[in-house]
Design a protein. Sequence first.
Length: 226
Amino acid sequence: MDTISTLAGATSAPSTSTATAATAQAGTTLNSDFETFLKMLTAQMQNQDPLNPVDSTEFASQLAAFSTVEQQVRTNDLLTGLGTQLGILGMGQLQGWVGMNARAEMPVAFDGSAVPLTLTTQQGTDLARLVVRDAAGGIVQELDVPTSGGEFSWSGRDTAGILLPEGTYSISVDSFQGDELLGSNPVTAQARIVEARLSGGSTVLVMAGGQQVSAANILGLRSPDS
């Protein structure tokens, strides 16, 4: 039996150059905006109607409002910088994952060889059916599988024994009780990690077959030699 290792990452020091540059640029923009605001406020005071002067408390309110906006912008910039640093830290933790075999709910890259899968069925299932879809989402194969789920080897052959074309397939298990569909669960498969990249603030792992899986969805890792 293959031993699945516990997911744990080593710590690494994140780079802060990007966050620092963003904060510096934001500070410059805020200073420029504040100077413009003061010039406009001064012009407003100089050109107010002497018969109907603006109440001094209104000027104070304007200054307070600008200060609140300024602080909010600074807070948002700091949070953005923190998110970037955490993403870099995640990449550092995952550098040792490249080359490992990962287990996750993901599409299967079929190359003509049997693919080991882990099936999940719903409680109360009396009929379980494996549903295989191609890259376009069309169903290319359906076959009955054990209602208890568990380990299963998918041969990639149709009922006539002919191999399906090589490619990426999405595989799920439909669970039935009588004629009622209880639910559909994606299968769990294994693939080798070839790349880790940042996408939209999260870390995405690229598999040898081209599948892309969020690092948060990895269920287990094992050495390719085990």
